[in-house]
Design a protein around this ligand. Structure first.
Ligand code: PMP
Length: 380
């Protein structure tokens, strides 16, 4: 196992003169401090000692029931028995690795894919078979070739506003992918922390919805409420949830008693559904400031796909330029990003990089992209 390159980069970018597009942090000024404080107080006042006691591994039932109703508004139909609350979706990745993977098992992923999933699965000595992507998602002929050749244990995808590429798999591509998964009896894990943050375009149904609940779905309160509360959820068929419950019992017994209740009272008061549009609108403005600045300041040979939501834009430099080599120059110029190669489990992606737009102001975004444009222009 290796330390996360991103977490190492984040240390460098703590310098106050650096505009950092490197992390994946939500905008802290949007955290709903007052409403969440009230929900915490309500949880303790209403539930008394139970709010501080040990609790069920499966999660707090009223929160699960609330979530079922909330998810239905996004076209996701599920039941509390098909849900497990986890310590962030990062824990769900670890638990899924624990129940599915033996050493040397292959995992089918997109190229690029989420670094934290690679870290989680590495602990179980997984290997990766990565299929390239275009602007509509995973390329299916490549994916099928991989499935036939290495018989992956499961597919791990971030189909909506992917971290790191920002790409959303189209409806048609999702249906065709699910057909492929069914043909080869390939379990599918859909990781969806960003899907609720759409700022343009039409919603695309989740793989979980399209497969009528036969795939595994992960999401989290990290991007729509707070990452610090470490609360996420998995949806899956009951037998898989039962396996995950065993794995979770061994890992940490249960989700956090108090915070589950606070989120329940927060959600029940209508704050979750009211707050998501506030976040989304703010991110829409930041994304559009970044894309506008990129058009203005980046050399024309640099390519990107404008994201329709989420937190990231992915850039492709002309072949031959290395984003890792340019990183030092960028930091000297006072701007940081994440080098794209870290998201490629089997190597490659040297000319790519990830930019985050949710943790900088509109002014910082413009200034930072201008600085970066200068670094790229000089390198070219
Ligand atoms: N999956 C993806 C694709 C992510 O981007 C993240 C957060 N960066 C996570 C999972 C983990 O999120 P959390 O544990 O905070 O829910």
């Amino acid at each position: 196992m290796q330390r996360s390159t991103i977490r190492e980069i984040l240390k460098i970018t703590k310098r106050p003169d650096i505009i950092s597009f490197a992390g994946g942090l939500p905008a802290p000024e949007l955290f709903p401090l007052t409403n969440f404080q009230n929900a915490l107080i309500e949880a303790i006042q209403t539930e008394g000692p139970a709010a501080l006691q040990y609790d069920l591994t499966e999660g707090y039932l009223p929160l699960k029931e609330f979530l079922c109703g909330w998810l239905a508004t996004y076209g996701i139909t599920t039941t509390p028995e098909e849900m497990l609350l986890t310590n962030g979706s990062q824990q769900a990745l670890d638990l899924l690795g624990k129940i599915f993977l033996n050493p040397n098992d292959r995992v089918l992923v997109g190229d690029p894919t989420y670094l934290g999933a690679i870290q989680a699965f590495n602990a179980y000595e997984a290997r990766y078979a990565s299929a390239p992507m275009d602007s509509a998602g995973l390329l299916l002929p490549e994916a099928e070739r991989i499935i036939k050749k290495v018989r992956p244990k499961f597919a791990y995808l971030v189909p909506t506003f992917q971290n790191p590429s920002g790409i959303t798999m189209t409806h048609a591509r999702r249906q065709a992918f699910l057909k492929l998964a069914t043909k080869y009896a390939l379990p599918v894990i859909e990781d969806d922390p960003y899907g609720y943050l759409r700022f343009t375009g039409d919603r695309v149904p989740s793989l979980y919805t399209l497969s009528k609940g036969r795939t595994i779905y992960l999401s989290t309160f990290s991007k729509i409420l707070s990452p610090g509360i470490r609360l996420g959820f998995v949806l899956a068929q009951k037998n898989i949830i039962q396996e995950l419950v065993l794995a979770k019992q061994a890992a940490d017994l249960q989700p956090n008693t108090l915070l589950q209740r606070a989120v329940y009272y927060y959600g029940r008061a209508g704050h979750l559904e009211a707050h998501i549009p506030v976040i989304t609108e703010s991110y829409r403005k930041r994304a559009s400031a970044m894309l506008d600045a990129m058009k203005q300041y980046f050399p024309s040979t640099i390519q990107w796909v404008p994201p329709e939501g989420g937190m990231f834009v992915w850039c492709r430099l002309p072949k031959g330029l290395s984003s890792a080599k340019l990183f030092k120059k960028a930091v000297e110029a006072g701007v940081a990003y994440v080098t794209g190669s870290v998201f490629h489990p089997n190597g490659g992606g040297d000319n790519t990089l990830r930019l985050n737009f949710t943790n900088s102001s509109l002014e910082q975004i413009k200034e930072g992209i201008q600085r970066l444009g200068k670094v790229f222009s000089e390198a070219l």
